[in-house]
Write a protein that binds this ligand. Sequence first.
Ligand code: FA5
Length: 346
Amino acid sequence: MTLQSDIENLQTKTLADLAATTDLQKLEALRLETVGKKGALTEILKGMRELSDDDKKTVGALANAFRDAFASQFEAKKSELELESINAQLGKETLDVTLPGRRQKQGTRHVLTQTLEELEAIFLGMGYEIVEGDEVETDYYNFERVNLPKNHPARDMQDSFYITEETLLRTHTSGMQARVMEKHDFSQGDLRMISPGRVYRRDTDDATHSHQFHQLEGMVIGEHVTMGDLKGTLELVIRQMFGADREIRLRPSYFPFTEPSVEVDVSCFKCGGAGCNVCKHTGWIEILGAGMTHPNVIEMSGLDPNIYQGFAFGIGQERIAMLKYGITDIRGFYQGDVRFLEEFGN
Ligand code: FA5
């Protein structure tokens, strides 16, 4: 019977091929071409229709025996090849534990962030809230609401980058004064806030000036706030930042939104007041602007200046960081030089 010998031949050849296969893809191809739907065995069995019932039984049994033999040898071969492939992969991936490790560089907080966090902690301790403002501000809040109407000559000191005629990159954080005063519920007590953030000016960059820098606005408004409170507050902040032996000095100044206005100097951290190159031989270093809030500013926020008074100040954050950490060029803050970041990082 030819079908019988066809199957036997197929079996001999296929099982020999299977035993010789060294590749998983070839093994699968062999399975398809032998016992797959369109494989060689199916082809042979098409001839079954012509056979007698007895022969059909014999050939059927032979075909099944072949399928079983193929399946078990196929599975065994497959497991063997898979194991080989995993072992080969593992062999490639061996880890040499004797190699020296790669040191991970640890980042640091930027010195400006550190300075801000120190200042915030001091003000939080005195019951101030922290309010954040937008860097894109309206002319109205940046200037008009702090008593700088259009064409006021003091606007010249703070030219900026305009987005439209009425919106600009804010020149100081003082725009937040009116925004916070408007929202505060004075029946719940005094207003005490700080508002830190980035500001912009059309200034020429040099060692102490940048066209983009950071300020920290502060404001206290209530019914019994005096200039003594302003001085005491600033003295406390500066002593906490720079040490208990620091003196502060208030010098008369001018800001349209405060009356009287002062510049605040701190005794030089290097010479202690004797005079040196850091303080330009004056013994003092200027650090912020401040004053008693102008009655117009209070009135524009809907409060009666005969009842409410207060003070405000604007601290240059870079200036504080430069003094505290002995940084001599403001541009170092923004250049992202890792050596600078590491030297002054915490
Ligand atoms: C102001 O901007 C006022 N808004 C401050 C103020 C607030 C006064 C509330 C009264 C009441 P002034 O222009 O002086 O003031 O800036 C304040 C601080 O910002 C300066 O003392 C200085 O430390 C810093 N500063 C000013 N211009 C620059 C600049 N171009 N680069 C870096 N820091 C600057």
